[in-house]
Ligand binder design. Structure first.
Ligand code: SF4
Ligand code: SF4
Length: 110
């Protein structure tokens, strides 16, 4: 999964060292089932179980795209772009819940 995310975003999630600064600054973290650093970690881990978990989580749909995580990351990674790519993958790969499809159609316009 990290390869697909890299192809889509240019972000090497393998460089994330789980400092948590993205999550600490995220205004939506309290409403997410996986925090931004947990999303990054699952993409790092890869494999079927991690993929199912991350593509089925609510976090990728709760993300407001505010870029705070991207600005705070000491490794200059871009969790915002990762969230965006995961939304797209969730939709394309049929992991997107029906009630999220309207959200995807909305965000895909930006
Ligand atoms: S701020 Fe960057 S390095 Fe730290 S956990 Fe988040 S993505 Fe990983
Ligand atoms: S872009 Fe998304 S994940 Fe990053 S801080 Fe904003 S709401 Fe949180």
């Amino acid at each position: 999964m990290s390869g697909a995310v890299f192809d889509e975003t240019g972000v090497d999630v393998g460089l994330c060292y789980q400092c948590g600064k993205c999550t600490a600054g995220c205004p939506m973290a309290a409403y997410m089932d996986l925090t931004p650093n947990q999303v990054m970690r699952l993409v790092q881990v890869g494999g079927a179980a991690a993929m199912e978990k991350v593509l089925g989580c609510t976090s990728i749909w709760s993300c407001a795209g505010c870029l705070t995580c991207t600005q705070r990351c000491p490794k200059e990674l871009d969790p915002t772009a990762v969230m965006d790519a995961l939304r797209q993958m969730s939709y394309d790969w049929g992991r997107c819940l029906a009630n999220r499809r309207k959200s995807w159609r909305f965000t895909s316009h930006f």
